[in-house]
Design a protein around this ligand. Structure first.
Ligand SMILES: [Zn+2]
Length: 149
């Protein structure tokens, strides 16, 4: 059951039920953000699936540090990943949320049936090892070459 009460003067809705409409998403996302931040810290800023470094607040220094274009860096934004998807009853809880890069997160859920986190992690790690996942990450442009010369 969903109900919102318009609060005059505050220019906002007060949430009195559960809904996926805009105001509710805003409220839930702040909780999810704090869970993601916690997971990000626990994982030392690395993606749960691919293990690559991610960024949280600004892609620009990250892109410069890693020698990436801004488009590439955007794929490494830390997102809140639900181990058990919300559509399957997964909740916004500490045990159900990990930090995953935008790229890994999207690719898991764009499949018809999302693979289990363990299975997906194995798949991603195999692709990382084969150089077929974020193949542009970890390939410094020319900076590394110049270091030795
Ligand atoms: Zn990743």
């Amino acid at each position: 059951m969903t109900s919102y009460r318009w609060v005059p003067g505050l220019m906002s809705y007060r949430l009195t039920g559960i809904s996926l409409t805009h105001p509710a998403r805003l409220l839930m996302s702040s909780k999810r953000t704090s869970l993601r931040n916690r997971a990000y810290r626990n994982q030392h800023g690395r993606c749960f699936y691919c293990g690559r470094a991610m960024w949280q607040s600004s892609p620009v220094p990250f892109a410069q540090r890693c020698g990436l274009t801004s488009r590439q860096a955007r794929q490494m934004q830390a997102t809140a990943e639900h181990l058990l998807a919300r559509c399957d009853g997964g909740k916004d809880t500490e045990s159900n949320i990990v930090a995953a890069c935008d790229f890994c997160n999207r690719h898991r859920h764009c499949r018809k049936t999302a693979p289990s986190p363990e299975h997906y992690r194995t798949l991603v790690q195999q692709r990382v090892a084969a150089g077929r996942w974020h193949c542009w990450v970890g390939k410094p442009r020319e900076a590394a070459r110049q270091k030795s010369g």
